[in-house]
Design a protein around this ligand. Sequence first.
Ligand SMILES: Cc1cc2nc3c(=O)[nH]c(=O)nc-3n(C[C@H](O)[C@H](O)[C@H](O)COP(=O)(O)O)c2cc1C
Length: 230
Amino acid sequence: MSSSNPPWVSAWKKHLDGKEKDPQYNVYALSTLSTEGLPKVRHVIHRDLTPSNIFVITTDMRMQKSSHLSHNPAMEIAWWLDPAGVQFRISGKAFPLPNQSTPEGSTRVEDALRQLRTQGEDSDPSWWEKERKRVWKEGMSGHLRASFARPPPGKPLDEVPEPDTWPTRLDAESDDPDEKKQIEVALKNFALVAIQVDAFEYLELAETPNRRTQWTRQDDGSWEERKVAP
Ligand SMILES: Cc1cc2nc3c(=O)[nH]c(=O)nc-3n(C[C@H](O)[C@H](O)[C@H](O)COP(=O)(O)O)c2cc1C
C-alpha cells in the first residue's frame, strides 16, 4: 500500500495483520437500511482490504442485504476485536458486485465502480471478477459454496424442495456434469460486496484511560482526525 493511505489503515493493520482468517478477529456486524428505511443488522466475515482500501465481504445476491444496498448503499459496521479490546466503527457505502457475465451484472459493477473511490488496479471490473473467483476458490468451504445453489435464503420451507435434497458441498470447479451445473447456478448468486469507508472510529478499551479516535473523509479527499472522550 502507498504512503497516501488514509490514517485509519495503520490502526486497522496494527490489529488485523496476520489475523485476517482468525474467527476472533474477522467477523463484524454490518447494518443496512431496509427499503422501508428500517435498520437491519447481521454478522459477516471480512475477506479482504483492496489496494484502494475498500473492504470486501461475500454474499448471496438473493439475500436481503443485497436488495437493501441496491436501494440505499448507506451502511455501518461495528467490529469488535475481543482479544485486543478494540472496536472499529466504520460508516460509508457498500455495493454488491455480482457475476459480470450478464449485461445487468456488468452494468451493476460498472455503476458501482463509478461511485467507489478506487485508484489502482481495483478500478477495473476485471480485477473484481478475478477477486470473486479467487475468494470462491480459496476462501470458501465446500459447504459454504453449496449454500449458493440451495433454495433462496428467506423463502418459506413449504415452498422449496425438501432439505434432504439440497446440495451439501460443492467443489470450486468440477468436470462432473451435474456438479458443474450446480457450480454455475451458485456462481450466479455468489457476489462480493465492496465497502467504501467515509468515517472510521477507533475505540481502544485495553488502554487506560480508554481512547477514541475518529477520522472523517473530507470533500477534498483528505481525512480529518478528532480525538474525543470515550
Ligand atoms: C459468524 C457469521 C458469519 C457470517 N458471514 C456471512 C457473510 O460473510 N456473508 C453473508 O452474506 N452472510 C453471513 N452470515 C449470515 C448473516 O449473518 C445473515 O444471516 C445472512 O446473510 C442473511 O442476512 P440478510 O437477509 O440480512 O441479507 C454470517 C453469519 C454468522 C453468524
